[in-house]
Design a protein around this ligand. Structure first.
Ligand code: HEC
Length: 124
């Protein structure tokens, strides 16, 4: 009986964590001196960006020993690349060369990533 209960609890925990697909990190640098440029547009890491990075980028940009630099599998890891021009140059502009070895992301996706960054890369 006890064994069954424990198995049930493990299965339940796996189910719950399987559905939990949102980053619950605390931003390392909340806000800073950045002012959102498109305050009416709600593009956040959790509602959009995480899905894009998971799909197209983390195969090469993940924690530990990966082909590309950084860890795009976490909010703070990805956010670290949103200051300066590097993300725009490599990912967002026309003719961007990321994801490496593939066509640039669709224009609508690149536009959304641009909004996210210009809105100070919010988590939620
Ligand atoms: C097939 C592997 C691969 C994929 C997929 C990939 N990258 Fe990269 N990326 C690399 C490698 C390797 C580098 C480092 C060499 C270079 O700068 O070209 C890099 C560099 C970068 C840089 C510059 C980092 C720096 O410090 O200068 C950014 C930004 C970047 N990638 C973003 C992305 C994004 C966003 C995606 C998904 C849309 C992506 N990459 C997908 C392999 C990849």
């Amino acid at each position: 009986m006890k064994k069954k209960l424990i198995l049930f609890l493990i299965a339940g925990a796996a189910l719950i964590s399987g559905c939990e697909n949102q980053a619950t990190e605390t931003p390392d640098d909340p806000g800073g001196d950045c002012t959102p440029q498109f305050p009416d547009m709600n593009v956040t890491y959790n509602n959009y960006v995480k899905g894009i990075l998971d799909k197209y980028c983390i195969s090469c940009h993940h924690a530990g020993n990966s082909a590309g630099p950084g860890d795009f599998g976490s909010y703070n890891g990805a956010k670290a690349y949103t200051t300066g021009n590097v993300f725009f140059a490599r990912v967002i502009q026309d003719g961007a060369d990321m994801p490496q070895g593939n066509a640039p992301l669709p224009k609508a996706v690149r536009d959304s990533l641009d909004v996210w960054i210009k809105n100070c890369a919010p988590l939620n």
